[in-house]
Design a protein around this ligand. Structure first.
Ligand SMILES: [Fe+2]
Ligand SMILES: [Fe+2]
Length: 340
C-alpha cells in the first residue's frame, strides 16, 4: 500500500469514529484575513415599499403575526452574518399580538406615525423617526390607532441567537398586554433628574423610546462640529442606564453626512446595515459603487473597505445598525484606515 493510500485509509478510519485530522482542514501556514461569506447589497425603497403594500393586501395579521419582509443578501439568509433587518407594516386599527423572545429588537419608524408599541406595560408612542427598543425577553405588542399605515425598520440579533441555539419564545395570554405605567414613564424614570430607586441590575437595557424630535435637534445643534472622518456626524443611541450600546448585541446610530461631505475610507471587523432616512449619497464598498437615496437600505460586510460621499446640497441622514458591541465585548474589534 502506498503512503497516500495508507493515509486515505487512516482518514477513513478516523471519519468512521467521527474524528478529523488537522491535516484535512487545509493549509493554514499562511497569512490570511477575514473574508465575508456574503456580498454587500442594496435593497431599493420602491421594491421594499411595493412588497409591503402587496403583503398588506394579501395577508391579515391573523395569518402572519408580524407583516414583516426581511432584507436577505443574495448569498446569505439574513442581512449580515450577525444581524437581521427588514420592514414591517401595520395598517390602521391593526394589533400585532403580544409576545416575547430571546432576540433583542429595535424599531425605527420611517413612514407614518401615531402607532404605539407596548413594552413591559409601558405604551411607547411611535412617531416618524422614533426608535423604540424591545430588549431580550421583554413583552411587546404593536397597535396602530392612527388613520394611516405605519412602516418601520425592524432590526434584530436573530442570527446570533440562532448561532448560539438559545431561542426561547412565549405568547402573552391576551392579544395585547395591559398598559400599567403612565405616559412617558421611562423618559422620566431614566431622565437626567431620575429617582433614587433606579439601579442598573441587568446586562440588558431597559426598553426605551428615543424621540426623533430630540435626535433632530441634536443633529441641528452638533452638525457643524468636525465629526468622524469615516462616518460624518455620529449619534449613538445609548443604554440610558449605562451609556453603553443600544442593546448588548447591537448598536443603533444616526450618521449625518453634510452637504458635499466625502469621508475617508476604512474597514473594520464589525458589519453594518444602513437605511437612508433622509437625502442621498454614494457609498463605495470594496470595488462596488452603490448610489442610494431616501428609503434605500444597504449592507457593509465585515472587513470591506468603504467610503461615503454626499454629492447633494442637503444633509443625508442614515439610520445605522451594527454588531460592534459584540466584537468590542469579545476583543474582536479591529479597524484599519486608508492613509492616502
Ligand atoms: Fe417580537
Ligand atoms: Fe465604517
Amino acid at each position: 500500500m502506498s503512503s497516500a493510500d495508507a493515509l486515505a485509509e487512516f482518514n477513513r478510519q478516523l471519519a468512521d469514529k467521527h474524528l478529523l485530522g488537522f491535516w484535512n482542514a487545509g493549509n493554514i501556514a499562511e497569512t490570511y484575513e477575514p473574508k465575508a461569506s456574503y456580498d454587500p447589497h442594496i435593497w431599493r425603497w420602491q421594491d421594499v415599499h411595493d412588497g409591503l403594500i402587496k403583503a398588506g393586501e394579501l395577508l391579515t395579521l391573523e395569518q402572519t403575526a408580524r407583516r414583516f419582509i426581511g432584507f436577505h443578501t443574495p448569498n446569505k439568509f439574513r442581512t449580515t452574518h450577525t444581524l437581521a433587518m427588514g420592514v414591517q407594516l401595520v395598517k390602521p386599527g391593526e394589533v400585532a399580538e403580544a409576545h416575547r423572545h430571546t432576540m433583542g429588537a429595535i424599531r425605527f419608524v420611517i413612514r407614518g406615525g401615531g402607532a404605539q408599541t407596548t413594552v413591559n406595560g409601558e405604551a411607547f408612542p411611535m412617531q416618524c423617526g422614533d426608535l423604540v427598543t424591545t430588549p431580550n425577553r421583554t413583552w411587546h405588542d404593536h397597535y396602530n390607532g392612527s388613520a394611516e399605515p405605519i412602516i418601520w425598520i425592524d432590526g434584530t440579533d436573530l442570527p446570533m441567537v440562532k448561532f448560539f441555539e438559545i431561542s426561547f419564545g412565549d405568547m402573552y395570554p391576551t392579544l395585547q398586554q395591559e398598559v400599567t405605567k403612565p405616559r412617558d414613564y421611562s423618559a422620566y424614570e431614566l431622565g437626567p433628574a431620575r429617582p433614587d430607586w433606579v439601579r442598573n441590575e441587568s446586562v440588558q437595557p431597559p426598553p426605551y423610546r428615543y424621540r426623533w424630535e430630540d435626535t433632530e435637534k441634536a443633529l441641528a445643534a452638533l452638525g457643524e462640529r468636525p465629526g468622524d472622518p469615516h462616518d460624518g456626524i455620529v449619534l449613538r443611541y445609548i443604554n440610558p442606564l449605562t451609556g453603553g450600546p443600544t442593546l448588548p448585541t447591537l448598536s443603533c446610530e444616526i450618521h449625518m453626512l453634510r452637504a458635499g461631505e466625502r469621508t475617508k475610507s476604512h474597514r473594520h471587523t464589525s458589519s453594518m446595515i444602513y437605511h437612508a432616512f433622509r437625502g442621498s449619497g454614494v457609498t463605495v464598498i470594496g470595488d462596488q459603487t452603490f448610489e442610494w437615496s431616501e428609503g434605500d437600505s444597504f449592507t457593509i460586510p465585515q472587513w470591506q473597505w468603504h467610503q461615503h460621499t454626499n454629492h447633494s446640497k442637503d444633509a443625508a441622514v442614515l439610520f445605522v445598525m451594527n454588531d460592534k458591541p459584540v466584537l468590542d465585548a469579545l476583543g474582536f474589534y479591529r479597524e484599519e484606515t486608508q492613509t492616502k
